[in-house]
Design a protein around this ligand. Structure first.
Ligand code: FRU
Length: 502
Protein backbone atom coordinates (compact mmCIF):
# COMPACT_ATOMS: atom_id res chain seq x y z
CA UNK A 1 0.00 0.00 0.00
CA UNK A 2 1.43 3.37 -0.95
CA UNK A 3 0.45 5.81 1.75
CA UNK A 4 0.45 9.58 1.42
CA UNK A 5 3.75 9.82 3.27
CA UNK A 6 5.47 7.33 1.00
CA UNK A 7 3.96 8.91 -2.12
CA UNK A 8 5.18 12.30 -0.98
CA UNK A 9 8.72 10.96 -0.42
CA UNK A 10 8.74 9.27 -3.83
CA UNK A 11 7.51 12.36 -5.61
CA UNK A 12 9.99 14.54 -3.79
CA UNK A 13 12.99 12.37 -4.61
CA UNK A 14 11.91 12.01 -8.26
CA UNK A 15 11.56 15.76 -8.72
CA UNK A 16 14.82 16.60 -6.97
CA UNK A 17 16.94 13.79 -8.42
CA UNK A 18 16.16 15.06 -11.90
CA UNK A 19 18.02 18.26 -11.04
CA UNK A 20 21.13 16.55 -9.63
CA UNK A 21 24.18 16.68 -11.89
CA UNK A 22 26.01 13.32 -12.11
CA UNK A 23 29.19 15.34 -11.62
CA UNK A 24 28.06 16.05 -8.06
CA UNK A 25 27.90 12.34 -7.17
CA UNK A 26 30.57 9.74 -6.50
CA UNK A 27 31.09 7.24 -9.34
CA UNK A 28 30.32 3.99 -7.52
CA UNK A 29 29.78 4.84 -3.87
CA UNK A 30 26.08 4.85 -3.06
CA UNK A 31 24.49 8.09 -1.86
CA UNK A 32 20.84 9.07 -1.56
CA UNK A 33 21.36 11.35 -4.58
CA UNK A 34 19.34 13.83 -2.57
CA UNK A 35 18.79 14.16 1.16
CA UNK A 36 20.53 12.40 3.99
CA UNK A 37 21.50 8.75 4.37
CA UNK A 38 22.97 6.70 7.19
CA UNK A 39 23.20 2.96 7.92
CA UNK A 40 22.95 0.36 5.15
CA UNK A 41 19.78 -1.70 5.63
CA UNK A 42 18.22 -4.78 4.04
CA UNK A 43 21.39 -5.73 2.13
CA UNK A 44 20.19 -8.97 0.53
CA UNK A 45 20.06 -11.09 -2.58
CA UNK A 46 16.57 -11.05 -4.05
CA UNK A 47 15.68 -12.64 -7.39
CA UNK A 48 19.28 -12.54 -8.57
CA UNK A 49 19.97 -8.92 -7.64
CA UNK A 50 21.46 -7.38 -4.53
CA UNK A 51 19.13 -4.92 -2.86
CA UNK A 52 20.44 -2.24 -0.57
CA UNK A 53 18.24 0.03 1.51
CA UNK A 54 19.41 2.78 3.78
CA UNK A 55 18.34 5.11 6.53
CA UNK A 56 17.04 8.06 4.58
CA UNK A 57 15.62 11.53 4.91
CA UNK A 58 14.75 12.51 1.33
CA UNK A 59 13.83 16.07 2.25
CA UNK A 60 17.05 17.51 3.62
CA UNK A 61 20.73 16.74 4.11
CA UNK A 62 20.27 16.31 7.85
CA UNK A 63 19.02 13.34 9.92
CA UNK A 64 15.26 13.46 10.43
CA UNK A 65 12.31 11.07 10.60
CA UNK A 66 13.75 8.01 8.95
CA UNK A 67 12.49 6.47 5.71
CA UNK A 68 14.16 3.61 3.86
CA UNK A 69 15.77 4.59 0.55
CA UNK A 70 16.46 1.85 -1.98
CA UNK A 71 18.96 0.86 -4.67
CA UNK A 72 19.85 -2.46 -6.29
CA UNK A 73 22.80 -3.89 -8.19
CA UNK A 74 24.09 -6.98 -9.95
CA UNK A 75 27.75 -6.27 -9.32
CA UNK A 76 28.02 -4.00 -6.24
CA UNK A 77 29.43 -1.18 -8.38
CA UNK A 78 26.71 -0.11 -10.79
CA UNK A 79 23.58 0.64 -8.81
CA UNK A 80 20.04 1.31 -9.96
CA UNK A 81 18.04 3.77 -7.94
CA UNK A 82 14.55 2.64 -6.87
CA UNK A 83 11.79 4.62 -5.19
CA UNK A 84 11.85 4.96 -1.40
CA UNK A 85 10.65 1.69 0.14
CA UNK A 86 9.38 2.61 3.59
CA UNK A 87 7.97 5.76 5.13
CA UNK A 88 7.18 6.27 8.83
CA UNK A 89 3.45 6.04 8.21
CA UNK A 90 2.20 3.52 10.79
CA UNK A 91 1.34 4.17 14.45
CA UNK A 92 4.19 1.90 15.60
CA UNK A 93 6.85 3.63 13.45
CA UNK A 94 5.62 7.22 13.17
CA UNK A 95 8.90 8.47 14.70
CA UNK A 96 11.02 6.57 12.21
CA UNK A 97 11.67 3.33 10.34
CA UNK A 98 15.06 2.59 11.86
CA UNK A 99 17.68 0.14 10.67
CA UNK A 100 17.04 -3.48 9.77
CA UNK A 101 17.69 -6.18 7.23
CA UNK A 102 16.11 -8.26 4.48
CA UNK A 103 15.75 -11.83 3.24
CA UNK A 104 14.17 -13.63 0.27
CA UNK A 105 11.32 -15.96 1.27
CA UNK A 106 10.67 -19.36 -0.32
CA UNK A 107 7.49 -18.06 -1.94
CA UNK A 108 9.47 -15.43 -3.88
CA UNK A 109 8.60 -12.46 -1.68
CA UNK A 110 11.14 -10.15 -0.09
CA UNK A 111 10.85 -9.68 3.67
CA UNK A 112 12.25 -6.63 5.46
CA UNK A 113 12.56 -6.50 9.23
CA UNK A 114 13.20 -3.10 10.77
CA UNK A 115 12.85 -1.10 13.96
CA UNK A 116 9.70 0.96 14.32
CA UNK A 117 10.07 3.91 16.66
CA UNK A 118 7.11 5.50 18.33
CA UNK A 119 6.53 7.86 21.22
CA UNK A 120 3.91 7.78 23.95
CA UNK A 121 2.85 10.34 26.46
CA UNK A 122 3.27 9.02 30.02
CA UNK A 123 0.62 9.94 32.64
CA UNK A 124 3.07 12.52 34.10
CA UNK A 125 3.18 14.30 30.75
CA UNK A 126 6.68 13.15 29.79
CA UNK A 127 7.23 11.54 26.44
CA UNK A 128 8.62 8.00 26.25
CA UNK A 129 10.12 6.40 23.17
CA UNK A 130 9.62 2.75 22.26
CA UNK A 131 11.49 0.69 19.72
CA UNK A 132 9.89 -2.49 18.37
CA UNK A 133 10.75 -4.83 15.52
CA UNK A 134 8.43 -4.74 12.50
CA UNK A 135 8.08 -6.53 9.18
CA UNK A 136 7.30 -5.37 5.63
CA UNK A 137 6.94 -7.74 2.70
CA UNK A 138 7.25 -6.86 -0.96
CA UNK A 139 8.33 -7.56 -4.51
CA UNK A 140 11.60 -5.64 -4.71
CA UNK A 141 9.91 -2.26 -5.29
CA UNK A 142 6.75 -1.98 -3.21
CA UNK A 143 6.51 -3.21 0.37
CA UNK A 144 3.46 -3.74 2.54
CA UNK A 145 3.80 -3.47 6.29
CA UNK A 146 2.61 -6.65 8.02
CA UNK A 147 -0.81 -6.32 9.65
CA UNK A 148 0.48 -8.07 12.78
CA UNK A 149 3.20 -5.45 13.42
CA UNK A 150 5.10 -5.00 15.64
CA UNK A 151 6.40 -8.57 15.67
CA UNK A 152 8.83 -8.18 18.61
CA UNK A 153 8.09 -5.75 21.43
CA UNK A 154 9.22 -4.90 24.95
CA UNK A 155 7.17 -7.89 26.12
CA UNK A 156 9.65 -10.17 24.33
CA UNK A 157 12.72 -8.81 26.11
CA UNK A 158 14.69 -10.73 28.69
CA UNK A 159 14.67 -9.52 32.30
CA UNK A 160 16.15 -6.02 32.56
CA UNK A 161 16.00 -5.38 28.80
CA UNK A 162 15.22 -1.91 27.46
CA UNK A 163 12.20 -1.19 25.27
CA UNK A 164 13.68 2.27 24.60
CA UNK A 165 16.97 1.06 23.08
CA UNK A 166 16.03 -2.06 21.16
CA UNK A 167 16.93 -1.90 17.52
CA UNK A 168 18.56 -2.89 14.24
CA UNK A 169 17.45 -6.51 13.61
CA UNK A 170 19.67 -8.56 11.28
CA UNK A 171 17.90 -11.67 9.96
CA UNK A 172 19.29 -14.95 8.61
CA UNK A 173 18.20 -18.50 8.00
CA UNK A 174 19.69 -21.57 9.62
CA UNK A 175 18.55 -25.21 9.79
CA UNK A 176 15.14 -24.35 8.32
CA UNK A 177 14.42 -21.57 10.84
CA UNK A 178 14.77 -17.81 10.90
CA UNK A 179 16.97 -16.03 13.40
CA UNK A 180 17.70 -12.42 14.09
CA UNK A 181 20.03 -10.46 16.31
CA UNK A 182 19.17 -6.99 17.63
CA UNK A 183 20.92 -4.53 19.91
CA UNK A 184 19.50 -3.76 23.34
CA UNK A 185 20.55 -1.88 26.47
CA UNK A 186 20.98 -3.32 29.98
CA UNK A 187 20.00 -1.43 33.17
CA UNK A 188 23.64 -0.29 33.69
CA UNK A 189 23.64 1.37 30.26
CA UNK A 190 25.74 -1.34 28.63
CA UNK A 191 24.76 -3.08 25.40
CA UNK A 192 23.58 -6.60 24.68
CA UNK A 193 23.00 -8.47 21.45
CA UNK A 194 19.76 -10.44 21.72
CA UNK A 195 18.92 -13.43 19.59
CA UNK A 196 15.38 -14.31 18.44
CA UNK A 197 14.07 -17.40 16.67
CA UNK A 198 11.08 -17.93 14.38
CA UNK A 199 9.49 -20.56 12.15
CA UNK A 200 7.95 -18.05 9.73
CA UNK A 201 9.80 -14.73 10.25
CA UNK A 202 6.56 -13.28 11.68
CA UNK A 203 6.23 -14.93 15.09
CA UNK A 204 9.40 -14.60 17.13
CA UNK A 205 10.63 -15.67 20.52
CA UNK A 206 13.68 -14.71 22.54
CA UNK A 207 16.30 -17.47 22.29
CA UNK A 208 19.28 -16.06 24.21
CA UNK A 209 21.76 -13.25 24.63
CA UNK A 210 24.56 -13.73 22.15
CA UNK A 211 27.01 -11.24 23.67
CA UNK A 212 27.15 -8.31 26.09
CA UNK A 213 29.29 -5.19 26.14
CA UNK A 214 29.42 -5.04 29.98
CA UNK A 215 30.47 -1.43 29.33
CA UNK A 216 33.71 -2.70 27.81
CA UNK A 217 34.14 -1.66 24.17
CA UNK A 218 31.62 1.14 24.38
CA UNK A 219 28.15 1.01 25.87
CA UNK A 220 25.07 0.51 23.66
CA UNK A 221 25.89 -1.78 20.73
CA UNK A 222 24.06 -0.81 17.53
CA UNK A 223 23.61 -2.60 14.21
CA UNK A 224 24.73 -6.17 14.95
CA UNK A 225 25.48 -8.72 12.23
CA UNK A 226 26.36 -12.33 13.00
CA UNK A 227 27.67 -14.98 10.62
CA UNK A 228 30.06 -17.82 10.06
CA UNK A 229 33.22 -16.99 8.17
CA UNK A 230 35.86 -19.51 7.15
CA UNK A 231 35.13 -21.82 10.07
CA UNK A 232 34.81 -19.21 12.80
CA UNK A 233 31.99 -16.95 13.97
CA UNK A 234 32.01 -13.21 13.66
CA UNK A 235 29.78 -10.64 15.35
CA UNK A 236 30.01 -7.15 13.92
CA UNK A 237 28.60 -4.33 15.98
CA UNK A 238 28.78 -0.56 16.20
CA UNK A 239 29.34 0.59 19.79
CA UNK A 240 28.36 4.03 21.02
CA UNK A 241 30.49 5.90 23.56
CA UNK A 242 33.62 3.95 22.71
CA UNK A 243 36.89 5.07 24.24
CA UNK A 244 40.08 4.82 22.23
CA UNK A 245 42.80 2.54 23.62
CA UNK A 246 46.24 3.51 22.32
CA UNK A 247 45.98 3.26 18.55
CA UNK A 248 42.87 1.08 18.73
CA UNK A 249 39.34 2.47 18.26
CA UNK A 250 38.22 6.07 18.27
CA UNK A 251 36.17 7.95 20.80
CA UNK A 252 32.46 8.04 20.11
CA UNK A 253 30.70 5.84 17.57
CA UNK A 254 32.95 3.19 16.12
CA UNK A 255 32.83 -0.43 14.98
CA UNK A 256 33.95 -3.68 16.50
CA UNK A 257 34.37 -7.23 15.31
CA UNK A 258 34.03 -9.98 17.94
CA UNK A 259 35.53 -13.27 16.88
CA UNK A 260 34.85 -16.65 18.49
CA UNK A 261 32.97 -19.91 18.49
CA UNK A 262 29.20 -20.15 18.53
CA UNK A 263 27.73 -22.28 21.32
CA UNK A 264 24.46 -23.05 19.56
CA UNK A 265 22.88 -24.87 22.49
CA UNK A 266 23.24 -21.83 24.75
CA UNK A 267 22.99 -19.27 21.92
CA UNK A 268 26.20 -17.61 23.11
CA UNK A 269 29.21 -16.36 21.24
CA UNK A 270 32.29 -17.65 23.05
CA UNK A 271 34.52 -14.68 22.38
CA UNK A 272 38.14 -15.34 21.61
CA UNK A 273 39.26 -11.89 20.56
CA UNK A 274 38.19 -8.52 19.23
CA UNK A 275 39.34 -6.48 16.27
CA UNK A 276 38.85 -2.98 14.95
CA UNK A 277 37.07 -3.33 11.62
CA UNK A 278 38.28 -0.14 9.97
CA UNK A 279 41.00 2.27 11.09
CA UNK A 280 39.70 5.28 9.22
CA UNK A 281 37.45 8.00 10.51
CA UNK A 282 34.35 7.33 8.44
CA UNK A 283 33.00 3.83 8.83
CA UNK A 284 29.89 2.80 10.77
CA UNK A 285 27.03 0.32 10.94
CA UNK A 286 28.45 -2.28 8.51
CA UNK A 287 26.03 -4.90 7.20
CA UNK A 288 26.85 -8.04 5.25
CA UNK A 289 25.14 -10.33 2.77
CA UNK A 290 26.01 -13.67 1.27
CA UNK A 291 26.44 -13.64 -2.51
CA UNK A 292 25.06 -16.25 -4.88
CA UNK A 293 28.60 -17.67 -5.20
CA UNK A 294 29.10 -17.87 -1.43
CA UNK A 295 31.08 -14.70 -0.67
CA UNK A 296 30.41 -12.69 2.46
CA UNK A 297 30.22 -9.04 1.34
CA UNK A 298 30.13 -6.09 3.74
CA UNK A 299 29.07 -2.49 3.14
CA UNK A 300 29.08 0.33 5.71
CA UNK A 301 28.00 3.92 6.13
CA UNK A 302 31.05 6.00 5.16
CA UNK A 303 30.65 8.70 7.76
CA UNK A 304 31.42 9.36 11.44
CA UNK A 305 28.39 10.29 13.58
CA UNK A 306 30.52 12.61 15.69
CA UNK A 307 31.32 14.89 12.74
CA UNK A 308 27.96 15.03 10.93
CA UNK A 309 27.34 18.60 12.04
CA UNK A 310 30.31 19.76 9.99
CA UNK A 311 29.11 19.97 6.44
CA UNK A 312 31.16 19.47 3.27
CA UNK A 313 32.33 22.82 1.92
CA UNK A 314 30.77 22.36 -1.51
CA UNK A 315 27.03 22.62 -1.67
CA UNK A 316 26.37 18.96 -2.48
CA UNK A 317 22.82 17.66 -2.99
CA UNK A 318 23.43 14.67 -0.71
CA UNK A 319 24.90 13.89 2.67
CA UNK A 320 26.23 10.43 3.52
CA UNK A 321 27.84 7.76 1.36
CA UNK A 322 28.33 4.00 1.56
CA UNK A 323 31.73 2.33 1.39
CA UNK A 324 32.85 0.16 -1.48
CA UNK A 325 31.38 -3.30 -0.78
CA UNK A 326 34.12 -5.56 0.59
CA UNK A 327 34.68 -9.31 0.49
CA UNK A 328 35.41 -10.73 3.91
CA UNK A 329 37.67 -13.57 4.93
CA UNK A 330 39.23 -14.83 8.09
CA UNK A 331 43.01 -15.38 7.88
CA UNK A 332 45.66 -15.83 10.59
CA UNK A 333 43.17 -14.86 13.29
CA UNK A 334 42.13 -11.66 11.52
CA UNK A 335 39.14 -10.39 9.63
CA UNK A 336 40.40 -9.65 6.13
CA UNK A 337 38.59 -7.28 3.78
CA UNK A 338 39.16 -6.40 0.15
CA UNK A 339 37.08 -4.49 -2.40
CA UNK A 340 34.64 -6.73 -4.27
CA UNK A 341 36.37 -8.30 -7.26
CA UNK A 342 33.67 -6.83 -9.54
CA UNK A 343 35.40 -3.44 -9.30
CA UNK A 344 38.21 -4.78 -11.47
CA UNK A 345 35.85 -4.99 -14.47
CA UNK A 346 35.75 -1.17 -14.44
CA UNK A 347 39.50 -0.78 -14.69
CA UNK A 348 40.56 1.28 -17.67
CA UNK A 349 43.96 2.71 -18.49
CA UNK A 350 46.88 1.30 -16.50
CA UNK A 351 50.08 3.12 -15.53
CA UNK A 352 52.83 1.02 -13.99
CA UNK A 353 56.21 1.62 -12.42
CA UNK A 354 58.38 -1.28 -11.29
CA UNK A 355 61.28 -1.14 -8.86
CA UNK A 356 61.39 2.66 -8.85
CA UNK A 357 64.22 3.91 -6.62
CA UNK A 358 62.84 6.64 -4.35
CA UNK A 359 65.01 8.77 -2.12
CA UNK A 360 63.33 12.12 -1.45
CA UNK A 361 60.37 13.48 -3.36
CA UNK A 362 58.86 12.36 -6.66
CA UNK A 363 55.88 13.04 -8.86
CA UNK A 364 55.42 10.21 -11.32
CA UNK A 365 54.10 10.82 -14.78
CA UNK A 366 50.51 9.58 -15.20
CA UNK A 367 49.93 8.91 -11.49
CA UNK A 368 47.11 11.29 -10.59
CA UNK A 369 43.34 11.57 -10.28
CA UNK A 370 40.36 11.42 -7.97
CA UNK A 371 38.74 8.29 -9.40
CA UNK A 372 41.21 5.47 -9.40
CA UNK A 373 42.43 2.15 -8.11
CA UNK A 374 46.09 2.46 -7.16
CA UNK A 375 48.31 -0.22 -5.65
CA UNK A 376 51.60 0.91 -4.12
CA UNK A 377 54.15 -1.60 -2.84
CA UNK A 378 57.29 -0.46 -1.09
CA UNK A 379 60.32 -2.57 -0.28
CA UNK A 380 63.56 -1.80 1.56
CA UNK A 381 66.48 -0.84 -0.64
CA UNK A 382 68.80 -3.88 -0.89
CA UNK A 383 71.88 -1.89 0.15
CA UNK A 384 70.51 0.87 2.33
CA UNK A 385 67.84 -1.02 4.28
CA UNK A 386 64.64 0.52 5.68
CA UNK A 387 63.75 4.16 5.13
CA UNK A 388 62.70 6.26 8.13
CA UNK A 389 59.36 7.11 6.60
CA UNK A 390 57.42 7.09 3.38
CA UNK A 391 54.55 9.44 2.49
CA UNK A 392 51.94 9.41 -0.24
CA UNK A 393 50.19 12.76 -0.76
CA UNK A 394 46.96 12.70 -2.71
CA UNK A 395 43.91 14.85 -3.47
CA UNK A 396 46.64 17.46 -3.75
CA UNK A 397 46.62 20.92 -5.32
CA UNK A 398 45.63 24.50 -4.50
CA UNK A 399 46.68 24.11 -0.87
CA UNK A 400 44.81 20.83 -0.38
CA UNK A 401 46.40 17.46 0.34
CA UNK A 402 45.76 14.27 2.26
CA UNK A 403 48.77 12.26 3.40
CA UNK A 404 49.37 8.59 4.16
CA UNK A 405 52.60 8.21 6.10
CA UNK A 406 54.27 4.87 6.81
CA UNK A 407 56.91 4.68 9.55
CA UNK A 408 58.59 1.26 9.21
CA UNK A 409 60.50 1.52 12.52
CA UNK A 410 57.27 2.04 14.47
CA UNK A 411 55.11 -0.18 12.18
CA UNK A 412 52.50 2.55 11.91
CA UNK A 413 50.47 4.18 9.22
CA UNK A 414 49.14 7.68 9.76
CA UNK A 415 46.50 9.30 7.57
CA UNK A 416 46.06 13.06 7.83
CA UNK A 417 43.21 14.74 5.99
CA UNK A 418 43.43 18.11 7.78
CA UNK A 419 43.69 19.75 4.38
CA UNK A 420 40.95 17.84 2.62
CA UNK A 421 38.30 20.55 2.72
CA UNK A 422 36.71 19.45 6.00
CA UNK A 423 36.39 21.54 9.14
CA UNK A 424 39.50 21.90 11.29
CA UNK A 425 37.67 21.16 14.53
CA UNK A 426 36.82 17.57 13.63
CA UNK A 427 39.03 14.53 13.92
CA UNK A 428 41.20 14.59 10.80
CA UNK A 429 44.13 12.39 11.69
CA UNK A 430 44.28 8.68 12.43
CA UNK A 431 47.32 6.57 13.21
CA UNK A 432 47.24 2.78 13.42
CA UNK A 433 49.58 -0.17 13.68
CA UNK A 434 50.34 -2.37 10.68
CA UNK A 435 51.87 -5.83 10.80
CA UNK A 436 55.61 -6.12 10.31
CA UNK A 437 56.33 -7.65 6.91
CA UNK A 438 60.07 -6.94 6.95
CA UNK A 439 59.60 -3.38 5.69
CA UNK A 440 57.42 -4.47 2.76
CA UNK A 441 54.10 -2.68 2.65
CA UNK A 442 51.34 -2.98 0.08
CA UNK A 443 48.59 -0.38 -0.05
CA UNK A 444 45.60 -0.53 -2.33
CA UNK A 445 44.04 2.90 -2.53
CA UNK A 446 40.59 3.66 -3.92
CA UNK A 447 39.62 7.23 -4.66
CA UNK A 448 36.14 8.17 -5.78
CA UNK A 449 35.60 11.93 -5.79
CA UNK A 450 34.73 12.37 -2.10
CA UNK A 451 36.41 9.41 -0.45
CA UNK A 452 39.60 7.50 0.19
CA UNK A 453 39.67 3.81 1.11
CA UNK A 454 42.95 2.11 1.96
CA UNK A 455 43.47 -1.67 2.10
CA UNK A 456 46.73 -2.69 3.75
CA UNK A 457 48.67 -5.86 2.83
CA UNK A 458 45.87 -7.55 0.90
CA UNK A 459 43.15 -6.60 3.34
CA UNK A 460 44.79 -7.15 6.77
CA UNK A 461 43.64 -3.65 7.68
CA UNK A 462 41.35 -1.11 6.08
CA UNK A 463 40.96 2.62 6.63
CA UNK A 464 38.17 4.76 5.21
CA UNK A 465 37.88 8.55 5.02
CA UNK A 466 35.65 11.06 3.31
CA UNK A 467 37.51 13.87 1.54
CA UNK A 468 35.94 17.04 0.25
CA UNK A 469 38.86 18.80 -1.45
CA UNK A 470 37.81 20.32 -4.80
CA UNK A 471 37.96 17.79 -7.63
CA UNK A 472 40.82 19.60 -9.36
CA UNK A 473 42.98 18.84 -6.31
CA UNK A 474 43.96 15.60 -8.04
CA UNK A 475 47.74 15.49 -7.69
CA UNK A 476 49.60 12.54 -6.19
CA UNK A 477 53.21 12.64 -5.01
CA UNK A 478 55.58 10.44 -3.05
CA UNK A 479 58.28 11.25 -0.54
CA UNK A 480 60.70 9.24 1.55
CA UNK A 481 63.16 9.94 4.28
CA UNK A 482 65.78 7.42 3.20
CA UNK A 483 65.86 5.10 0.20
CA UNK A 484 63.30 2.52 -0.84
CA UNK A 485 62.01 0.64 -3.87
CA UNK A 486 58.55 1.31 -5.18
CA UNK A 487 56.16 -0.67 -7.41
CA UNK A 488 53.07 1.13 -8.61
CA UNK A 489 50.02 0.06 -10.54
CA UNK A 490 47.35 2.62 -11.19
CA UNK A 491 44.08 2.05 -13.02
CA UNK A 492 41.56 4.66 -13.92
CA UNK A 493 38.02 3.43 -13.31
CA UNK A 494 35.70 3.89 -16.24
CA UNK A 495 31.96 4.30 -16.08
CA UNK A 496 29.25 5.25 -18.54
CA UNK A 497 28.75 8.54 -20.37
CA UNK A 498 27.67 10.28 -17.22
CA UNK A 499 30.78 9.18 -15.44
CA UNK A 500 28.62 7.51 -12.83
CA UNK A 501 27.64 3.99 -12.07
CA UNK A 502 24.47 5.21 -10.41
C1 FRU B 1 23.05 3.75 13.88
C2 FRU B 1 21.63 4.12 14.24
C3 FRU B 1 20.80 2.86 14.44
C4 FRU B 1 19.41 3.33 14.17
C5 FRU B 1 19.63 4.33 13.06
C6 FRU B 1 18.69 5.50 13.07
O1 FRU B 1 23.69 4.63 13.06
O2 FRU B 1 21.62 4.93 15.37
O3 FRU B 1 20.97 2.27 15.71
O4 FRU B 1 18.57 2.29 13.79
O5 FRU B 1 20.96 4.79 13.19
O6 FRU B 1 18.83 6.26 11.91
Amino acid sequence: MTTDLLRRAREHEKAHLAAVSPAALPHWHVTGGVGWINDPNGFSLYKGEYHLFFQYNPYDTVWDTMHWGHVKTRDFIRWERLPAALAPDAPYDESGCFSGSGIELDDGRHLLVYTGVHKEQAPDGTEREFQTQCVAIGDGVDYEKYAGNPVITGADLPEGGSARDFRDPKIWREDGKFYLVAGDRCPDGSGAILLYESEDALHWHYAGTLAESSNRYGRMWECPDFFELDGTHVLLTSPQEMRSEGLEFIDGNTTLCLIGQYDKARRRLLRQHEQTIDYGLDFYAPQTTLTADGRRVMIAWMQYWNSVDYRPPENLPFFGQMTTPRELHFRDGRLIQNPVRELEAYRGKAVRYADFALDGEAVLDGIEGRCLDLTVTIRPDAERGLCRDFTISLAKGGGYETTIRYTPGAHTLCVDRSRSGLAEQILNRREFAVRDRGGVLKLRILLDRYSLEIFVNDGEDAATFVLYAPQDADGISFASDGALRLDLEQYTLEFDDHGNAI
